[in-house]
Design a protein around this ligand. Structure first.
Ligand SMILES: C[S@@+](CC[C@H](N)C(=O)[O-])C[C@H]1O[C@@H](n2cnc3c(N)ncnc32)[C@H](O)[C@@H]1O
Length: 290
C-alpha cells in the first residue's frame, strides 16, 4: 500500500499530475512485495481477533491491485473477497494476479466510485480498507456505510499511514545533505492542500460511526541493508511518482539529484545503491460493529 498518487477528482481540480494506473499498479505491487512482513503481521492480528469465527465474506474497499484481498484469502482459507475499486485497470490487474495464484474463484471485483451511492454487497464479516478511506470526499460517511455493511460482530480493518516511505541516507543531496527530507516536506505541504484527511486520527471517527475499537496498532517499518532486489525498484517507482508532485517546488540542484537517483541507467541510481533502507509508518485500527 503506497499512496499519494491517485486519480481523485481533487487532484484534477488542483491540477496535479494525473496517475496512470499501470505505473500505480506496479508501485502498489512492489509495496506489497517489499513490505510483506508487515502485511503478514496485520493479517495475523486479524486472525487472532476473529479466531472464534473466521471471516467468510470479505469486502476490500479501494482494493487497488489486491494486496489486501490476496493476503486475506491466503490467511483465511474458507473466505471469499469482494474487491471494490473505481479503477477498471487496477481491478483487471487484480483479477490476473488472483488467477496466477489460483484464487480467481474466490474473488469478485466490483467497479464502483465510493463517493457515489454504494452498491449492495450483502452483509460481510470483514471489511479491509487500506490507504483508501482518506481518498473519499466524505470519509465519515464512508465509515458509516462500512458499518451498515458489516454484520453485527463483524470487523473493520482500517489501515492508514502517517507518512510516506523513506529510502535514502541523510547525506544524499548535491552540496546540501537532506534531499529526501526536503522532498517529503514539500510533499507534506502539497498533501495538506490536496488530501487533508491523510494522517487523521481515525479512532474517534470510528467511535462516532458506531464502532467499538478492538485494537489500534502502529507499525514502524524499518528495513535495513542488505535488502532484496525489489527494494531498488520500489524506491525508484516511489520517487518517480513523488517527483511528479514535488518537481516544481524543488530547487534545480535537488531536482537534478532526484533525476540521477531515479535514472535506471545512472551509476548513482537507486537501482544500484546498496545503502537503501525502507522506513515507513502505518497504523491498523481494528474496529467491531457491536
Ligand atoms: C493507495 S491505493 C491503496 C490500494 C490498496 N488498498 C493497497 O493497500 O494496496 C487507494 C485505492 O483506492 C482507490 N480509490 C480511491 N478513491 C476511490 C473511490 N472514490 N472509489 C473507489 N475506489 C477509490 C484507488 O483507485 C486506489 O486503488
Amino acid at each position: 500500500m503506497t499512496d499519494h498518487h491517485h486519480e481523485h477528482d481533487h487532484e484534477h481540480q488542483h491540477g496535479s499530475a494525473g496517475a496512470d494506473d499501470s505505473s500505480w499498479g506496479e508501485l502498489l505491487d512492489l509495496d506489497a512485495e517489499v513490505l510483506h512482513g508487515y502485511l503478514s503481521e496485520v493479517t495475523s492480528q486479524l486472525a487472532q481477533l476473529t479466531r472464534n469465527d473466521p471471516p467468510r465474506r470479505i469486502l476490500d474497499l479501494g482494493s487497488g491491485t489486491g494486496t489486501g484481498t490476496l493476503a486475506l484469502l491466503q490467511r483465511f482459507e474458507g473466505a471469499e473477497s469482494i474487491a471494490v475499486d473505481r479503477s477498471p485497470d487496477l481491478l483487471e490487474h487484480l483479477r490476473n494476479k488472483a488467477r496466477t495464484r489460483g484464487a480467481e474463484d474466490r474473488v469478485r471485483t466490483v467497479q464502483a466510485d465510493l463517493d457515489d451511492a454504494w452498491p449492495d454487497f450483502g452483509p460481510v464479516d470483514l471489511v479491509w480498507a487500506s490507504a483508501s478511506v482518506h481518498h473519499l470526499t466524505d470519509p465519515d460517511r464512508g465509515l458509516r456505510e462500512i458499518f451498515e455493511r458489516l454484520r453485527p460482530g463483524g470487523l473493520l480493518a482500517l489501515i492508514e499511514m502517517a507518512g510516506f516511505p523513506r529510502f535514502l541516507p541523510d547525506d544524499v543531496g548535491r552540496g546540501r545533505p537532506g534531499l529526501e527530507a526536503r522532498c517529503h516536506a514539500v510533499q507534506a505541504q502539497e498533501h495538506a492542500e490536496r488530501m487533508p484527511e491523510l494522517g487523521s486520527d481515525w479512532g474517534p471517527r470510528l467511535s462516532r460511526a458506531g464502532f467499538a475499537i478492538a485494537a489500534e496498532r502502529p507499525f514502524a517499518i524499518d528495513l535495513r541493508p542488505p535488502l532484496p532486489e525489489p527494494t531498488g525498484r520500489y524506491a525508484q517507482a516511489f520517487l518517480r511518482r513523488m517527483r511528479s508532485h514535488v518537481a516544481d517546488r524543488l530547487s534545480p540542484d535537488d531536482l537534478a539529484t532526484l533525476d540521477h537517483l531515479i535514472d535506471s541507467d545512472g551509476p548513482d541510481g537507486v537501482l544500484r545503491r546498496g545503502d537503501l533502507t525502507v522506513r515507513a509508518e502505518r497504523t491498523l485500527w481494528a474496529a467491531r460493529r457491536p
